[in-house]
Design a protein around this ligand. Structure first.
Ligand SMILES: Cc1ncc(COP(=O)(O)O)c(C=O)c1O
Ligand SMILES: C[C@H](O)[C@H](N)C(=O)O
Length: 349
């Protein structure tokens, strides 16, 4: 019963088979491999973005930090939600790679902010003059760190506000596949058609061994991204093994299938928890993460049965009255089975 993170899942056999296939003979290094041509063509087709430039890196933090460094000057600020991964879980990488930029934190429910919150922050920055950091970039996470999703209309509102202030928009799409299958639109509608300029297109949390694609819908930062990737030590020499994973992910809609499995498991888990006494949800279950509370006794049983998950917030304790509700984050992945969900529910009952 592994619900700690989608990062804990194994790699689908299709991806391992693709790696074995790619492991034959020799291939040009540093992204010049033939498989990267397939990846580039596939992403341009699936995102309806023939001019986009695409680069692979091995972590989501690298995808986010290198992208934001291209969009925000050292004296700038990156507007993000206060619970954004770039704020809470990247050890200052965006600020570091941007040469000292700051993050301006926005509020809103379910780790989402809206155009009004962004407009207020932009207005403050504009009034501060030379004494404060300057407007730099906006980043939003889809699906969010609270398991919610942004719709194309919400993204378009944010992007219209950002672009009116000449500020580019980045999307942290570590769980983009989960957001896409939840919203049910096209990849283009959930990105560039809504005003997103750069996407960190996640693969790792949705099954890959370690590959994220950075999609620059406007190629003007392409060469700068290449330089920053190399300078940051994130350009793989044996690049074919990144390309092989991403190519398999994109083939025959595998990425959507994997995300659908994860979201379906989360929906079943969320529904099942709510049938039990003393339970509630902290956030709506819209993708592959469930944020729920249930009586402490249920946590004790789950933990002694070996279930892996985080109490959420993490500073809660299992010491205390049995019937008191304690909240947790449960993350489902492509490999979470109906049996995993069933046995977890049986354990906390
Ligand atoms: C929303 C989000 N963005 C980015 C990342 C960063 O990914 P990585 O841990 O591969 O750096 C994660 C973590 O897995 C994440 O949950
Ligand atoms: C929090 C941790 O960094 C990871 N992104 C996760 O969601 O599990």
């Amino acid at each position: 019963m592994f619900f700690a993170s989608d990062n804990t899942s194994p790699v689908p056999q299709q991806v391992l088979d693709a790696l074995t296939e790619a492991n034959k003979g020799y291939a040009s290094p540093y992204g010049a491999d033939a498989l990267m041509d397939e990846v580039r063509a596939e992403i341009r087709t699936q995102f309806e973005a023939p001019e986009a430039e695409i680069y692979l890196v091995a972590t989501g933090t690298a995808a986010n930090a290198l992208s934001l460094a291209c969009l925000c000057p050292p004296w700038g600020t990156i507007y993000c939600h206060r619970n954004a991964h770039v704020e809470e879980d990247e050890c200052g990488a965006p600020e570091f790679f941007a040469g000292g930029a700051k993050l301006t934190l926005l509020d809103g429910p379910d780790a989402k902010f809206d155009a009004a919150a962004l407009a207020q922050a932009l207005d403050f920055t504009a009034r501060a003059g030379v004494h404060n950091v300057q407007k730099g970039a906006v980043t939003l996470t889809n699906a969010t760190e609270a398991g919610a999703v942004y719709t194309p209309a919400e993204i378009a509102d944010i992007a219209a506000t950002a672009h009116a202030a000449d500020v580019p928009v980045h999307m942290d799409g570590a769980r983009f596949a989960n957001a896409l299958v939840s919203v049910g639109c096209t990849p283009a509608e959930l990105t560039w058609k809504a005003g997103v300029d750069v996407l960190s297109f996640g693969g790792t949390k949705n099954g890959l061994m370690g590959v994220e694609a950075v999609i620059l819908f406007d190629p003007k930062h392409a060469w700068e991204f290449e330089l920053r990737r190399k300078r940051g030590g994130h350009l793989f020499s044996k690049h074919r093994y990144l390309s092989a994973q991403m190519a398999a992910y994109l083939r025959d809609g595998l990425w959507r299938t994997l995300a659908m499995r994860a979201n379906t498991a989360a929906a079943e888990l969320s529904k099942g928890i709510l049938t039990l006494p003393g339970t509630s949800l902290l956030h709506p279950t819209r993708a592959n993460e469930v944020f729920a509370a249930w009586p402490r006794a249920g946590h004790r049983r789950a933990q002694s049965a070996g279930a892996q998950y985080y109490l959420w917030p993490m500073n809660q304790t299992l010491e205390g009255p049995d019937d008191e509700a304690v909240s947790a984050r449960l993350v489902c992945s492509w490999s979470t089975s109906a049996a995993d969900v069933e046995s977890f529910l049986d354990t906390i009952k």
